[in-house]
Ligand binder design. Structure first.
Ligand code: IFM
Length: 768
């Protein structure tokens, strides 16, 4: 059962939450988990990756395509659907193994008897343009039902309408709805073809909703079965005629048939799960939550293109402008690097395609190099607005400095590229843009830094760290540590390229006119101030002056809240003048860059910052889980792990900040669940040339099994109370180096390493 997420009661107030929970997707399209009879009022959505549009002065956001999984049933003019008809039984769910959404609803008829509708739908992982819907209707008494199905162009938008110039047509039974986006005039085409069940259909091709209508007789002995295939193509797809491609795709799929189209998609799902599943023994709830988190990442993975990345709310709608944040590099990429490095590569290549946008942003603020967009869309120009949030009391927009001051974004990108290189051992990404990004990001930090001659050091002043409640601070520990890391990476990169790719190196350095910058980077690297642990308390001050803020408890701060959705940051926010932070900041710094810090420092900071953290961002819980696991506090790690792993299952997370709707799925938290399980409990760490494993499993877990790709080779790690084993795939071409606590040892193709008993921190008794 740990592959099925479902529920058996219908709640009309759950349609928005279930739209997120039961999402299906394939990296190209995301379809919200609303029911077939739902429409724009229930936030039915079919979000396209990478296609953005702007209407008037409103925010640019991704486009919702016309929705082709629409199906409405009525009897004598009365709708039979969850919005109006009495419901006897209802089940909705997804099969995580194959990305299949299903629902079965039994409606009571006004004149007695019941009608049962069963539907299943999927988006193909084998062909990103393709999806299919299969339905069946049964009844306990004979009745005639009217069916409407087709393509709905009247879609939900936050800042639309984005689609115009609708044109519906029908050719030999294939329905096609064509339209164009408002801002760029980009073509969007959606087609559908019936595989079976369409006898006696009539068409309505007017307006932006094109339909086929059928009247069917069903009864105890007679069922109606119906199957259709749908396809979406847009101007982004590099095809001469998106409409023709959509029509050709559905014709071909209809000829192939539902079963084979599903089987092809399933075969890809099988491959993805084989590469990425994490198995937990002894904890079915944690298992399901973790699988569900991985599922959410798999439905977002762009395998079709390296020009899109994963937005902060995935493909669940238009929240946060469908923009890509640091969430991808810091919270999602570890999963892809370890399990599906080809997807990780695509995600990082997106940053190369948006490098010019980052250069423009740096120049706009008077800096050199690349200052990546805090909220990035297709060009890399920053979609983040200066006034992001409303003051709930005055209704006035509040000035936030996320766009201007969250400079760590450039370090996040550079750091992720280097980590990908170290995990894969593949220099091709560096050659194909990665090196250029790293150098430009390091150059940006140099131009941002201030030399303080009186202290003989550089400082990064006037920045926003991850904790957005404290803006425009000096010497944010996370930002400075990340900047120093970026400089170190740039210097190592320069050495690597000069030694191994001298021709490429010289061309690149000349083209970027980078030679004078190299000594500058060395100087900044050596003299950049990064806040260090206090010698007495071991606490690292989050930024200069943090310790002078009011030390209020979180409980007391919450008492001061007058309006549940009021924003706690910004100039007048309740948290701004206190030590309460929005999300992990120093704790994240210690997780990412704490290799040289003793455990005592990590422990001191975890315990200092944890009670002061509001977790107002879904990015926070997983970081506390990771560091808690590292310091051996497994009970806390488990608590935070569950919080991050269940966020989209229980519909948690804030829905509004001020008047801003921020609901949707949380892929960073989903990536965080994977990190907490594998890097936290599994204790997997990337060292210079090897992987090390220092597990600390929750007491009730019997085992943890996961796969990892390292330097192009596949391995499976299994941790049980008896010990740790790592097995290399027989198809590997070379050994991988592992340290299971007994020194670095090669794991040869087809062979296994085993270390009896796993490491338990000596000061923790709760682990086993
Ligand atoms: O990137 C995050 C940020 O750290 C906190 N606010 C929400 C953003 C998108 O998830």
């Amino acid at each position: 059962m740990s592959w099925i997420v479902s529920e058996t009661a219908f709640r009309s107030d759950a349609s928005v939450a279930n739209g997120n929970k039961y999402m299906i997707g394939n990296g190209y399209i995301g379809i919200r988990g609303t029911l077939e009879e739902h429409g724009r009022s229930e936030l039915a959505g079919c979000t396209l990756a990478g296609l953005y549009d702007r209407v008037g002065a409103a925010w640019r956001e991704p486009v919702n395509a016309p929705h082709a999984f629409l199906l409405r049933i009525s009897e004598d003019g009365a709708p039979l659907g969850v919005l109006t008809a009495p419901i006897e039984r209802h089940v909705q769910g997804i099969d995580l193994r194959s990305g299949l959404h299903f629902r079965e609803t039994t409606f009571s008829r006004p004149h007695g008897g019941t009608v049962t509708l069963r539907c299943e739908r999927f988006l193909s992982l084998a062909d990103p343009h393709l999806g299919a819907l299969r339905c069946s209707l049964r009844a306990t008494v004979a009745c005639r039902l009217t069916i409407e199905t087709g393509i709905e162009g009247d879609v939900w938008d936050l800042n639309g309408p984005h689609l115009e110039h609708f044109r519906g047509s029908c050719d030999d039974g294939v329905l096609l709805l064509e339209c164009r986006t408002h801002e760029l005039g980009a073509a969007v085409a959606v087609a559908e073809a019936i595989v079976d069940g369409a006898d006696g259909q009539r068409f309505d091709l007017s307006g932006n909703r094109i339909l086929r209508r059928l009247t069917v007789g069903v009864g105890p002995e007679v069922a109606w079965d119906f199957t259709k295939v749908v396809a979406v193509f847009t101007a982004l797809d590099n095809v001469p005629n998106p409409a023709a491609s959509a029509v050709a795709a559905v014709r071909a799929a209809a000829n192939t048939g539902y079963g084979p189209v599903l089987a092809r998609s399933r075969a890809v799902w099988d491959e993805r799960w084989a590469a990425s599943d994490v198995r937990i023994g002894g904890d079915p709830d944690a298992q399901l939550a973790l699988r569900y988190s991985i599922y959410q990442l798999l439905i977002l993975a762009p395998t079709h293109s390296d020009r899109v990345s994963i937005p902060a709310r995935g493909l669940s709608g238009q929240v946060y402008k469908g923009a890509v944040f640091w969430d991808t590099e810091i919270f999602m990429l570890p999963f892809f690097d370890h399990a599906l490095p080809a997807v990780a590569r695509n995600l990082l290549r997106y940053r190369y395609h948006t490098l010019d946008g980052a250069r423009r942003k740096a120049a706009e603020y008077g800096f050199r190099g690349a200052f990546y967009a805090w909220e990035s869309q297709e060009t890399g120009d920053d979609a983040c607005t200066l006034f992001n949030i409303d003051d709930v009391f005055t209704g006035r927009p509040m000035r936030t400095y996320f766009r201007d001051k969250q400079i760590h974004i450039s370090g996040d990108v550079a750091f992720a590229i280097w980590r990908h290189f170290k995990m894969t051992g593949d220099t091709s990404l560096l050659i194909e843009g990665g090196a250029e990004i790293i150098l430009e990001c390091a150059r940006f930090f140099y131009s941002y830094a201030w030399l303080k001659p009186e202290r003989d050091r550089f400082e990064l002043i006037d920045v926003d760290g991850p904790d957005e409640y404290h803006e425009r601070v000096d010497n944010n520990a996370f930002t400075s540590a990340l900047a120093r890391e970026t400089l170190g990476i740039a210097l190592r990169l320069v050495d690597l390229l000069a030694a191994s790719y001298p021709k490429f190196y010289h061309t690149l350095i000349d083209r970027l006119d980078f030679a004078p910058d190299i000594p500058r980077l060395r100087d900044l690297h050596a003299r950049l101030f990064v806040p260090a642990p206090d010698p007495n308390t071991l606490v690292i001050e989050q930024f200069s002056g943090y310790h002078r803020l009011e030390d209020v408890t979180l409980e007391e701060l919450k008492w001061r809240v007058l309006q549940p959705t009021e924003y706690l940051g910004g100039g007048n926010g309740l948290a701004t003048s206190t030590k309460i932070l929005k999300q992990a900041d120093v704790v994240l710094m210690l997780h990412l860059f704490g290799a040289d810090q003793p455990k005592a420092v990590k422990r001191a900071n975890w315990h200092y910052y944890e009670p002061r953290t509001e977790h107002g961002s879904s990015l926070s819980a997983c970081v506390y889980a990771l560091l808690a696991a590292e310091i051996g506090d497994v009970e806390w790690a488990y608590r935070y792990f569950l919080r991050t792993a269940t966020i989209d299952l229980v519909g948690g997370g804030k829905q509004y900040v001020g008047s801003l709707y921020i609901g949707g799925t949380h892929p960073a938290a989903n990536g965080g669940a994977w990190m907490a399980a594998v890097l936290g409990f599994g204790g997997l760490q990337l060292r210079d040339d090897h992987l090390s494993l220092a597990p600390r499993l929750p007491r009730h877990w019997h085992s943890l099994t996961f796969r990892v790709r390292f330097r192009g080779q596949g391995f499976e790690a299994r941790i049980t109370p008896d010990g740790i084993s790592v097995s290399a795939d027989a198809t590997n071409s070379e050994a991988g180096l592992f340290d299971l606590g007994t020194g670095v040892t090669p794991c040869e193709p087809g062979c296994s390493l085993f270390a009896p008993g796993y490491f338990i921190p000596s000061d923790v008794t709760a682990t086993r």
